[in-house]
Design a protein around this ligand. Structure first.
Ligand code: PEP
Ligand code: MG
Length: 596
């Protein structure tokens, strides 16, 4: 008799395949029972709340120390963020005020504040920022649990298991994934940039999230397959399917082993051209993984993510703490810190940014920073302070005109003077670079380069603005073509102008992570490739398999072609004939491409 089995599709956030038994996690539930108290009991209730906050603090510090010992300092960082949330006076006051005003038990007050924030976060468009609600949820659920007379911890299974949960709170993720017995993870909720996703990737645990209702479809002890490469989960698979996946797992594990070997090899093409793979990161926690995969520096730190580690506007010290941590970890390799790219759709509640009719063309990135000087100067001070070891670079996003660069330089001078007066150390020659994301900046790059030390091409946005294709709109995704001949002409011009000026040019958009596009960029003369760390081994392997001079010849031919398709076919055919090794395991590479 055929076994009943279920296949579910989700988002593969950590590649690889795992097969094992389910460990189903209970969801944290805040009760909606509104239990009244008398006026006289208010004081006592608030003291009860305070005790619970204090116990939570001790618990977080304890987990933080454990995680630091076992996983390293960078993974313990999240608990610093949790302590900051816990110590946020306004959050505590909100709960206390509800107790006083409504004369209710602390449980109901916490649940109400929690639900309110969950709704606010839910409306945010940016996936990463939406994900941060779990940090708040994590902290409040601990406070809630400490109100109860007994707070039984869930008992973890000891054997090897596949963790299935509605959502994993960050502290739970750190604690559970770190134990070494979790083979894979499958969640109802979650996205690419959740802490669970990042942690699973760095611990090499296959994970699929966004499965919606998997927790209602499995039971403890069911057999399950998690395919993090393809974003699929199979519950109670029959023998034939188990065999199929075990063979896929073997192939993937071999592929990974082979790729990882490249991380220690020199980054050089067959004809001796040295290229530099760099990593794009959003969190300090990603640094170790980036370097273990062969990154030779952090080519892009998207600093706006700091805002979601805090429920208030981050202080200079908050910024400094993170930048210096990254700079020290990466030393002596370079770290390009991009000033905040927020505004428009990346709305952040604590900044009260006005909604704009056309956010992609609105008060974004450097436009926002120049209109919010105080925030900008705070960030510049922190970046400068973190630059003492001279491996930090400053990167300005979304520059449109030279006046913006002049204004940035003026403010930077002011901040440097301030620091000098205060006798605070920094790198006075910190390199200043701009992102080329707006077509107007691309065309004027020969002039702009005279004002700065280097440029970084943000192809994610440059493609969206140059081809007039919204980068997140599925309806026009078919037009989003990195190999569009117009874009290639533009990239050629940028790279040539910057190289002629004797300065450095990096590509930090996802284009650098696509094998064929990376080869094309190499042919255009690009040396610095910055990308999501998990793609570095693959790109390094591809670039090491070819000769730069031959690629340059091919690209000059390709530039005469009229369509993206013609360019792709021409390049693929020529490369496959001359370098059959370059595209080995192409099908797996294509799967990985979905992770972008
Ligand atoms: C880009 O636009 O290519 C880029 C790297 O910046 P972001 O993806 O953060 O907009
Ligand atoms: Mg961009």
């Amino acid at each position: 008799m055929a076994t009943e089995y279920i296949r579910l599709r989700g988002i593969g956030v950590s590649p690889g395949i795992a097969l094992g038994l389910v460990q189903l996690e209970e969801q944290v539930v805040f009760s909606d029972r509104k239990e009244s108290i008398t006026f006289a009991q208010i004081k006592e209730e608030i003291q009860r709340l305070q005790r619970s906050f204090e116990a939570t603090k001790q618990e977080i510090i304890e987990i933080k120390n454990q995680v630091k010992d076992k996983l390293g300092k960078e993974h313990a960082f999240i608990f610093e963020a949790h302590l900051m949330i816990l110590e946020d006076q306004s959050l505590r006051e909100e709960i206390e005020n509800l107790i006083k005003k409504e004369k209710v038990r602390a449980e109901w007050a916490i649940a109400t504040v929690h639900n309110h924030y969950m709704r606010v976060f839910e409306t945010l468009e940016d996936e990463y920022f939406r994900q941060r609600r779990f940090d708040l949820s994590d902290v409040l659920s601990k406070v809630y649990r400490h109100l109860q007379p007994y707070s039984p911890e869930t008992v973890d299974e000891e054997g090897e298991r596949i963790l299935v949960a509605h959502e994993l709170l960050p502290s739970e993720a750190a604690r559970k994934l770190n134990k070494g017995n979790i083979l894979g993870v499958a969640l109802d909720m979650g996205g690419q940039t959740s802490h669970t996703a990042i942690l699973a990737r760095s611990l090499n645990i296959p994970a699929v999230v966004g499965l919606r209702d998997i927790t209602t479809k499995v039971q403890d002890g069911d057999v399950i397959i998690v395919d993090g490469t393809d974003g699929e989960v199979i519950i109670n698979p029959p023998l034939a399917i188990r065999k199929e996946f075990l063979s896929k797992k073997r192939k993937y594990d071999d592929y990974l082993k082979e790729l990882r070997k490249t991380s220690t090899l020199v980054s050089e093409t067959l004809d001796g051209f040295r290229f530099t793979p760099l990593a794009n990161i959003e969190l300090p926690e990603e640094i170790s993984l980036a370097f273990s995969l062969g990154a030779e520096g952090i080519g892009l730190f998207r600093s706006e993510f700091i805002y979601l580690r805090s429920t208030t506007i981050p202080s200079e010290q908050d910024h400094y703490h993170i930048y210096s941590q990254i700079a020290k970890k990466a030393y002596p390799s370079p770290v390009y810190i991009r000033t905040i790219d927020i505004g428009g759709e990346k709305n952040i509640p604590q900044l009260n940014i006005e909604r704009e009719p056309n956010p992609a063309l609105g008060l974004r990135a450097i436009r926002f920073s120049l209109k919010n000087r105080k925030i900008f100067k705070t960030q510049l001070r922190a970046i400068l302070r973190a630059s003492v070891q001279k491996n930090v670079r400053l990167l300005i996003p979304m520059v449109t005109e030279i006046e913006e660069i002049e204004e940035v330089k003026w403010i930077l001078r002011e901040v440097k003077d301030e620091l000098k007066r205060e006798k605070v150390d920094f790198d006075p020659a910190i390199p200043l670079g701009i992102m080329i994301e707006v077509p107007a900046a691309a065309t004027l790059v020969d002039e702009m380069i005279k004002e700065v030390d280097y440029v970084s091409i943000g192809t994610n946005d440059l493609i969206q603005y140059y081809l007039a294709v919204d980068r997140s709109n599925e309806l026009v995704a078919y037009l989003y073509k990195p190999l569009h001949p117009s874009l290639l002409r533009l990239l050629e011009e940028i790279i040539n102008h910057v190289s002629e000026a004797g300065k450095e040019v990096t590509v930090c958009g996802e284009m650098a992570a696509d094998p064929l596009s990376a080869l094309l960029l190499l042919g255009l003369g690009l040396k610095y490739f910055s990308m999501n760390p998990i793609f570095i081994p693959k790109i390094k392997k591809v670039l090491r398999s070819v000769e730069k001079n031959y690629l340059a010849e091919l690209v000059s031919e390709a530039l005469k072609l009229r369509t993206a398709q013609a360019i792709e076919e021409f390049l693929l055919e020529k490369i496959l004939v001359k370098y059959p090794q370059a595209f080995l395991m192409r099908e797996i590479m294509d799967n990985n491409r979905r992770l972008t």
